[in-house]
Design a protein around this ligand. Structure first.
Ligand code: P6P
Length: 338
């Protein structure tokens, strides 16, 4: 058996993290342990999803509404609890900030406290759960910086370049974990027979340009003019194709692998858009930047945006550099025309 294939079969996620650091420094060991915990959460969620239709209490709504004013799916609650349970006794984190929680969850005093914070969207695209389409989890790791004096985790309100790791899990035909520690983007596939995430691709680079534009054109009339102009442009020009699943992680993964651009613009009523900065657009921007692509809110590089509150939303234009810059050129022309 060729050496590399054995190596590939045995490169687990935790081992890959240590290889990235080429050391056993305390930080390397912390991040390896953190990624192992995230992998455990992903396995628990993936297992429950595979049986969602067979188990009571998994499909459908809880009847509650979350901090975003969105009705909460039972799977949202389960996945949120899974991340808390795998990190609570880990001694790795001090807080978990989630789309599903108004305020961060602080690790209780009687548990070991770590120096990292996990920011996550436990299940993104949960409307796809009931129709067995792809959904995802998104995560971002930050170091405790400064004092969290007001218990509102205001020290988390930093720009995206402060992230030390970010990634997503895509629950599709296969369960794939994609992450970066700031040294390239790497993907792992869950081998259910081993119960391990096995390295599948290292140093993924997004194509400079791709044929896909991914957006909900049902919002066309709510967009500002430059987004309509861009849409008319791709309608008129050869070589573009529309792909949109309604679940961010799957749409972004397609863009990462095939190139193109994903857009969730602001609308006249909601200029800030729908997607949240700290645990959706910033982690994805970190990844795509590491893969050689670009992410912006239409005017600023997304990684430079400093949130004013935990659940701040931003418009998102993300993907191949050439395609993102084309969208930005429509915005700049529109602004010049005043
Ligand atoms: P729309 C799912 O609710 C989500 O948060 C993302 O996963 C997805 O990209 C977006 O919203 C879809 O929103 O308005 O197109 O249905």
């Amino acid at each position: 058996i060729p050496e590399h294939s054995l190596d590939r079969d045995c490169t687990t996620l935790s081992r890959h993290v240590l290889q990235q650091f080429q050391s056993f420094s305390p930080e390397a060991q912390d991040l390896s342990a953190i990624m192992s915990r995230i992998a455990l959460a992903a396995k628990l969620i993936s297992r429950r999803l595979s049986r969602a239709g067979l188990m009571a209490g998994v499909l459908g709504f809880t009847g509650e509404v979350n901090v975003q004013g969105e009705s909460v799916k039972k799977m949202d609650v389960y996945a949120n609890e899974v991340f808390i349970s795998v990190f609570k006794q880990s001694g790795l984190v001090c807080r978990l900030a989630s789309e599903e929680m108004e305020n961060p969850y602080y690790i209780p005093e009687n548990c070991p406290i770590g120096r990292y914070s996990l920011l996550y969207d436990p299940i993104d695209g949960s409307s796809n759960v009931d129709i067995n389409l792809n959904i995802g989890s998104i995560f971002s790791i930050r170091q405790q910086q400064g004092e969290d004096l007001d218990g509102q985790a205001s020290d988390l309100l930093q720009d995206g370049r402060q992230q030390i790791a970010a990634g997503y899990i895509l629950y599709g035909p296969a369960t794939i974990l994609v992450y970066s520690l700031g040294h390239g983007v790497h993907s792992f596939i869950l081998d259910p027979s081993l119960g391990e995430f096995i390295l599948s691709q290292e140093n993924i680079k997004i194509p400079e340009h791709g044929p896909v534009y991914s957006t909900n054109e049902g919002n066309f009339w709510q967009w500002e003019e430059p987004f309509r102009e861009y849409t008319r442009y791709v309608h008129r020009h050869e070589g573009y194709t529309a792909r949109y699943s309604g679940a961010l992680v799957g749409d972004i993964h397609r863009i990462l692998m095939q190139g193109g651009v994903f857009l969730y613009p602001g609308t006249v009523k909601k200029p800030e858009g729908k997607l949240r900065l700290l645990y959706e657009t910033a982690p994805l921007a970190f990844l795509i930047d590491q893969a050689g692509g670009r992410a912006s809110d239409g005017t600023r590089n997304l990684l430079d945006i400093v949130p004013d509150k935990l659940h701040m939303r931003t418009p998102l234009i993300i993907g191949s550099t050439e395609d993102v810059k084309l969208v930005e050129s429509f915005i700049q022309d529109w602004k010049r025309r005043g």
